[in-house]
Design a protein around this ligand. Structure first.
Ligand code: SF4
Length: 286
């Protein structure tokens, strides 16, 4: 069996940084809370729970005067305000690339209508859009352009600033921008491709592997948006794509010693999960 693991499979810089620092913070503090999943991977969250981090859903569940970790995807502006008000010490592990989006939005919000390309309800977008104020819109698909325009029309701004979720599909980006320009033809438009370099490179590599290998395994959390995009890209070029969180989801009967298998993993997938899949395949491949 031929097995090839993508060179960019697994933790990106922002995730690695968040997990390393959270582990350290957990070791130095008696009680530490984290709002939401620190990164979108259940195995990673489980391990951090074992180290003593208490995961909650809202800042309201964090007691006054305690310690809290802010996840790699960032938190809404209101959560920072609430933490300060209640004297909660914040360990802010927001990825510096996501922080850049927050700064950009704050810089542009007074003069521009802000359009954020990305998934509605995703933690990173909830965070970014909270800094944009009322005159903003998260555009999940081209079908939302009319609603977006209607909202823009109600403002008298005449200027539009477009940016994207850091894990947005970079191949889709140009197409959506083109359509937006056609629909907002009278507006002055500033476009900022804020897709993270790590995302773009990983998406390129999964495309290359999917063209080369008849079977592809994509490892990552089911709730991870960057993993979902890798699966989407892979399915375009490969007929047999297995989207899994752990090796337990693979069936031995679907592989044989003559197989050629490519492996890619999302930005929040730990090294151990990749290793387990490789070992599983090596056992079948002899
Ligand atoms: S994908 Fe990029 S922006 Fe997102 S956490 Fe990783 S390094 Fe940061």
């Amino acid at each position: 069996m031929e097995i090839k693991v993508g060179t960019l499979a697994g933790f990106c810089y922002g995730v690695k940084r968040a997990i390393t620092e959270a582990t350290e913070i957990a070791g130095n503090n008696e009680k530490i809370y984290c709002i939401g999943e620190i990164v979108h991977n259940p195995q990673v969250v489980k391990r951090l729970k074992e180290k003593g981090i208490i995961f909650v859903e809202e800042i309201e569940e964090v007691p006054d005067n305690s310690n809290v970790i802010f996840r790699a995807h960032g938190m809404p502006k209101e959560t920072y305000i609430e933490a300060k008000k209640r004297n909660i010490k914040v360990f802010d592990l927001t990825c510096p690339n996501v922080e850049k989006l927050h700064k950009k939005v704050l810089e542009m919000k007074n003069d521009y209508f802000i359009i954020l390309l990305g998934k509605v309800g995703h933690a990173e977008n909830i965070s970014t859009i909270s800094f944009a104020g009322e005159n903003s819109f998260i555009l999940e698909s081209q079908d939302d352009i009319i609603d977006c325009y209607k909202k823009y029309e109600k403002t008298s701004l005449g200027k539009v600033y477009i940016l994207a979720q850091t894990t947005y599909n970079f191949k889709k980006f140009d197409k959506v921008i083109e359509e937006l320009k056609e629909n907002f033809c009278e507006a002055e438009i500033v476009v900022d491709n804020t897709i993270c370099n790590a995302t773009e490179l990983r998406q390129n590599e999964v495309e290359k592997l999917s063209k080369e290998f008849p079977k592809m395994i994509i490892i990552g959390g089911k709730n991870s948006s960057n993993t979902a995009k890798l699966v989407e890209i892979s399915k375009k070029f490969c007929k047999n794509v297995y989207s899994i969180e752990t090796k337990e989801e693979l069936d031995e009967k679907e592989f044989n010693s003559n197989d050629r298998v490519g492996i890619m993993a999302g930005a929040s997938t730990p090294y151990e999960s990749i290793k387990e899949v490789v070992e599983f395949l090596e056992k079948i491949g002899g």
